[in-house]
Design a protein around this ligand. Structure first.
Ligand code: HC1
Length: 589
């Protein structure tokens, strides 16, 4: 440890800590803009400048390590004036049309301008607004360069967390901007729609394409029956957007709020997460049989999960030769959409034409997924509108609901029941764990050999995790699997997906089954989740997901009584003809 002072107070800090981290530990907040806990330090905005006594120049707190004996001033007159100037300069090139901005009230630049009471417009005349265009072509993300402060958080996010590099720095000097390849629209480049750039943008330069008005209109239309499904990860994130602490589970309050907003039926994506497991578990076993018994050269292993639309887009762009390795299962969101306008419509005696299917997702890529041409198997667009967790919070605020005071409610029935296995889809490793719980039991008639069904090797926040499960004493039908060690891998964040795919491509990995989720932490860290999302917050949401699983009476997808009813009344059998038509798809090059 070393000794420093912060604003005159002696402090003991660990060697290697930056001034920003040391101050935070002492409860002294230094404002930042280009800094983000998920990203490497850029030190380019200079908002976090501090004075180190004895040094002529101010230092960027995010990029300066503490040294023994340092005397640091975070709020001296010199610091304040400099910081204020920097904020004014940023504002001079920023379209400060705050009342019309989607991030009004949640913009980090606006917050700083308010904190420092920037009331002059000294610099505005020096740097008149240039002509900017707003890219609205993507179904998921809008990019408005007039709001960009060039902090490059989006660029670092797209390269460091996702390894996609759809966004980059173009031009130099005062022409410098954040651009796509040849400044093409976002829907025409390698963007996966994951929305991590949106989640990391401090201003309104990158925001989700919102469908709030469309949903209000559907709710208000008496001829429409509006069903809503809620993704597993929303229930552990929504509270943050409504004033609660990270990691609060708000499943019941969320269902109560959705009912009060006027949705005709409040249902759960977790139900179709359970369905995905039954279909995908059977698909995995079928593939293993074809590979191990029939020696079919056309069967592709490892089988890869297919529920994360950002991952699908990534594999389409970068590893198209592995598209046949993807499970043919549609994502739970899309299975839900296809069933809402067939199974649900029939059971409720509704004309599917009049059903509006809305989903609440922690993800911006889900907007893209719902828009895909493959997703019309019900005869209609299967999911009409996708709102993020943040958009749902806006609906709740607009309706004047005091969220924290709402008494918890239950999901409605027919497609509202779920097990713990469905819930853990929201965390990285969850789909794998849920699939293993079901597949192992299908094959052996026994529970997975892990304490209390908790398959710990696939849990956690390590970028890539591997697990091997030995199959022992299978049922007669599966005797060919006796002694087989099922090799699995889990990756989250596309930069980690690349590691797994490169190993597969190089022939260095002999996995049978891989789970890949596009976003860090899995869906709970999705691009549509509350801002900020960072490693600490992801950890809290993860704990909440597993706690929810642990508290549910049923924790294996195939035990979900509504799923059993669905097969009995409608689908008949897993991988059957109806499933094939409604629940499976094939992505082609
Ligand atoms: Fe996800 Fe999924 S878990 S993809 O992460 O398979 O978005 O939450 O809804 O569809 O169920 C997201 C979350 C979500 C699907 C499920």
């Amino acid at each position: 440890n070393i000794n420093i002072t912060i604003n005159g107070y002696p402090v003991d800090v660990k060697k290697g800590k930056t001034i920003l981290e040391a101050a935070e530990e002492q409860g002294v907040r230094i404002p930042t803009l280009c800094y983000h806990k998920d990203l490497c330090v850029a030190g380019n905005c200079r908002v976090c400048v501090v004075e180190v006594v004895g040094q002529k120049r101010l230092s960027a707190a995010c990029a300066t390590p503490c040294e023994d004996g340092m005397e640091i001033l975070t709020n001296s007159l010199k610091v304040r004036n400099s910081r204020k100037h920097i904020i004014e300069l940023l504002l001079s090139e920023h379209n400060a049309d705050c009342t019309k901005c989607y991030r009004n009230g949640s913009c980090e630049l606006q917050e700083l301008a308010s904190e420092y009471k920037i009331m002059t417009q000294d610099f505005l005349e020096l740097a008149p607004m240039k002509n900017y265009t707003i890219d609205m072509f993507s179904p998921s993300i809008m990019k408005d360069d007039s709001k960009c402060i060039r902090c490059q958080r989006c660029v670092r996010t797209c390269s460091e967390l996702q390894g996609v590099n759809a966004l980059t720095v173009a031009y130099k000097g005062d022409k410098m901007k954040i651009a796509t390849f040849f400044e093409k629209p976002m829907n025409d480049v390698v963007c996966t729609n994951c929305g991590q750039c949106v989640n990391h943008c401090p201003t309104g330069a990158l925001v989700e394409k919102n469908y709030i008005e469309e949903v209000w209109e559907a709710i208000a239309d008496p001829t429409k029956h509006v069903v809503v499904q809620t993704a597993p990860a929303v229930r552990v994130g929504l509270g943050e957007e409504l004033g609660m602490k990270p990691g609060e589970r708000v499943t019941g309050k969320m269902a109560a709020a959705l009912k009060r907003l006027g949705f005709n039926s409040v249902l759960d994506t977790d139900f179709t997460a359970d369905l995905t497991i039954v279909e995908e578990g059977n698909e995995l076993l079928t593939r293993l049989k074809k590979a191990l018994v029939d020696k079919d050269p056309d069967v592709k292993l490892p089988m890869a999960t297919s529920c994360s639309p950002g991952w699908i887009k990534y594999i389409e762009h970068l590893y198209p030769e592995y598209l046949d390795n993807l499970s043919t299962c549609k994502s739970p969101q899309q299975m839900f959409g296809a069933l809402a306008k067939t199974y649900y419509a029939k059971a409720r005696n509704l004309d599917p034409e009049n059903i509006v299917s809305v989903s609440i997702m922690p993800c911006t890529a889900k907007k893209f997924e719902a828009n895909r041409p493959e997703m019309h198997d019900s005869g209609y667009r299967d999911v009409d509108y996708v709102l993020t967790t943040r958009e749902l919070a806006i609906l709740i605020k607009q309706a004047g609901l005091d969220f924290e005071k709402l008494a918890p409610a239950k999901f409605d029935r027919l497609m509202g029941e779920s097990t713990g296995a469905g819930v853990i889809f929201g965390a990285t490793g969850g789909v794998m764990e849920a699939a293993l719980r079901t597949a192992y039991e299908l094959v052996t008639g026994r529970d997975v050999p892990f304490d209390n069904l908790n398959i710990m090797p696939v849990r956690g926040l390590e970028g890539v995790r591997k697990a091997t499960i030995k199959i022992e004493k299978p049922l007669k039908e599966w005797s060919f699997l006796d002694g087989v060690e099922l090799k699995c891998a889990v990756a989250h964040g596309l930069v980690n997906a690349k590691k797994v795919m490169d190993a597969v491509k190089a022939g260095e990995a002999d996995f049978h089954f891989i789970e890949i989720m596009a976003c860090p932490g899995g869906c709970l860290g999705g691009g549509g989740q509350p801002i900020p999302t960072n490693p600490e917050i992801r950890r809290k949401r993860t704990e909440a997901i597993y706690a929810e699983d642990g508290d549910l009476p049923l924790r294996k997808s195939h035990e979900n009584p509504e799923i059993q009813k669905l097969y009995k009344d409608f689908l008949i059998e897993p991988l059957g003809e109806k499933s094939h038509h409604l629940l499976h798809t094939k992505y082609t090059k």
